[in-house]
Design a protein around this ligand. Structure first.
Ligand SMILES: [Mn+2]
Length: 346
């Protein structure tokens, strides 16, 4: 994506070469697939992928592929680059030392913010991947709702494994470690899925598929067995808050305004909503735009999530999250699983 645009950017910023380790999200971003080892070098005129001979050799227009061979660093280091760009938010200190060694005369410039800026707005193939990841996520949720009444899934891990198996069997991988939180575990927004047995009460799911590097992110909270009055009431309150912020989405509205709307709807329970309303999403589950950036607005083709939550320590928690995108005319909710209170017999 946008390789030529990035190369123009390098020219403007007088950077002779940008150096990326294979773990950098910029690599799948520019190449369209992930790698298990190597480096990616971009100059204003060339893009060179240095990969391990163990890796699949990609064929992509505009990208030259070489196998990592002894002496590669000398070959590039000898070219007297004056200015080398790095992505500070990904490069390890070890790799920074390597860059300094290869290009001893070059000035090192951090290009992380230009990269983040470039990746904000998605091009149509990227939106398509995110949509496919969201469809796969929704399908896994639907399958779980059909499976739960059989009572074969006994623990949080069983549920996580079921969702992840469904995603993998249908051609995806997972975007991040699946969160399954039963009962009072759901009061911890970043609960680590455990072998806690499923019990009557809320079951919070926060998970997503990944297709060709692109992520989906969705949370649903369902009820196992008959909900208490409080659980039901809090569910409606939270669902109303999520709905209100979704309905407010339009071109140019500040993300901070969406956050305000969601919190206002929660009334006195807003104090338990202890995280951001959402985040940008793409090759990384969490990427720009940031809800804490007071200038960030809803913009065409910049996907993000909306995920209010309320949490009652040692009791339960509820979170509902969708991956969405404003397409220039209307809001598209990409994670389509039902948000009506789902009660599964228990
Ligand atoms: Mn999220």
């Amino acid at each position: 994506m946008k390789l030529l645009q990035f190369q123009r950017l390098l020219t403007q910023q007088k950077i002779d070469l940008a150096f990326f380790n294979y773990t950098d999200p910029a690599v799948p971003y520019f190449i369209g697939r992930e790698f298990t080892g190597g480096y990616f070098l971009i100059t204003p005129r060339k893009a060179i992928l240095l990969i391990s001979p163990l890796d699949h050799k990609p064929q992509k227009k505009g990208i030259t592929v070489h196998y990592l061979a002894k002496g590669w660093s000398k070959k590039y280091g000898s070219k007297q680059f004056k200015s080398v760009g790095i992505n500070k938010s990904n490069l390890t200190v070890e790799n920074l030392d390597r860059v300094r060694k290869i290009f001893p005369k070059a000035k090192i410039k951090d290009i992380s913010s230009s990269l983040e800026q470039l990746r904000l707005e998605k091009v149509p193939p990227e939106i398509l991947m995110i949509k496919r990841a969201c469809d796969l996520t929704t399908a896994a949720f639907d399958a779980l709702i059909r499976e739960l009444p059989h009572r074969k899934l006994k623990t949080e891990q069983d549920v996580a494994l079921f969702l992840e198996t469904h995603i993998r069997k249908n051609g995806g991988t997972i975007a991040f470690p699946t969160i399954v939180a039963a009962g009072r575990n759901a009061a911890i927004p970043h609960h680590i899925t455990s072998i806690t047995p499923l019990r009557r009460g809320v079951l919070l799911l926060d998970f997503g598929a990944r297709i060709n590097s692109y992520c989906a992110d969705m949370s649903r909270t369902i009820l196992l067995g008959k909900p208490t009055h409080e659980e039901e009431e809090m569910y409606r309150l939270l669902a109303g808050s999520q709905q209100a912020s979704l309905e407010a989405v339009e071109e140019g509205i500040f993300l901070s305004e969406l956050d305000r709307i969601a919190r206002q709807k929660l009334g006195k329970y807003a104090s338990t909503f202890n995280h951001a309303l959402g985040h940008g999403i793409g090759i990384e589950v969490h990427e720009g735009p940031s809800f804490s950036d007071p200038k960030a607005t809803v913009t065409k083709n910049i996907p993000f999530t909306i995920e209010p939550g309320i949490y009652f320590p040692s009791k339960f928690g509820i979170r509902i999250e969708d991956t969405i995108v404003w397409n220039g005319k209307k809001l598209e909710v990409l994670t389509k699983a039902t948000k009506r209170l789902t009660v599964s017999p228990f």
